[in-house]
Write a protein of this length. Structure first.
Length: 227
């Protein structure tokens, strides 16, 4: 009975306004997220929104650097453009430099096959349109069964579990949020390639406000501002 109640409650959460369409963002201009490692701000992830006719365009900028004993040991800088029409992804392009190594994604929706055509640095081929680009601006990532890497184009199946309601402090304010756990469905994937994120969602704002994961330290993406 307890498992049944948990299942029903989770189902209610997953079918609520949590999964509004991408048109929910048509009036947004910008989302700013800070990136922290071990409690220290090391970079940013910005999303810029623009509506051109019936196309919603989201431009993504990300940059961070990791220093150890004053020496830069890891850096990443990337730029991407995501386009949606009638609440459907129609194209995505990105270029990323990760430790001076180039990575890229070129994705386009093919109406004849009703599939995404992907040419990426880690994957070339077709993908089901149920996939979602793994960017944190879009809370639909908490509903998707699989995601496409915004950096390399690789596809990973995922499992999302609702952990409960919590109150967290964010930039001096206490907010009530829903806490989710997002993990890879295939646990045989090497640990450093697996999805393993804690995600906090603000139902009032209908936005992801915090993401945390551990990989050679403790990382966080925090919603700093939006307009």
């Amino acid at each position: 009975m307890k498992k049944l109640l948990i299942f029903i409650f989770t189902l209610v959460v997953l079918t609520s306004n949590l999964y509004a369409h991408t048109s929910h963002y048509k009036d947004f201009k910008k989302i700013e997220m800070e990136i922290l490692k071990d409690g220290k701000v090391i970079g940013y992830n910005y999303y810029f929104f623009e509506k051109v006719d019936d196309i919603l365009i989201i431009k993504n900028q990300i940059q961070f650097k990791v220093n150890l004993f004053g020496i830069e040991v890891f850096n990443l800088e990337g730029y991407g453009v995501e386009k949606h029409k009638d609440d459907k992804l129609i194209s995505y392009e990105s270029k990323t430099l990760q430790n001076d190594r180039e990575k890229f994604v070129n994705l386009i929706y093919d109406s004849k096959s009703d599939k995404f055509k992907i040419n990426g640095s880690s994957y070339i081929g077709l993908a089901d349109t149920k996939n979602i680009i793994g960017n944190w601006w879009n809370h639909q990532i908490l509903q998707a069964e699989s995601q496409i890497s915004p950096i390399s184009g690789s596809i990973k199946e995922q499992v999302v579990n609702f952990l409960g309601k919590e109150k967290i402090e964010l930039y001096g304010s206490i907010i009530e949020v829903d806490h989710f756990k997002l993990t890879s469905k295939d646990m045989t994937i090497p640990k450093d390639k697996r999805l393993d994120f804690d995600v906090w969602y603000d139902r009032e704002k209908a936005m992801i406000v915090k993401v945390a994961y551990s990989r050679l330290g403790n990382w966080e993406y925090r919603l700093k501002s939006y307009k």
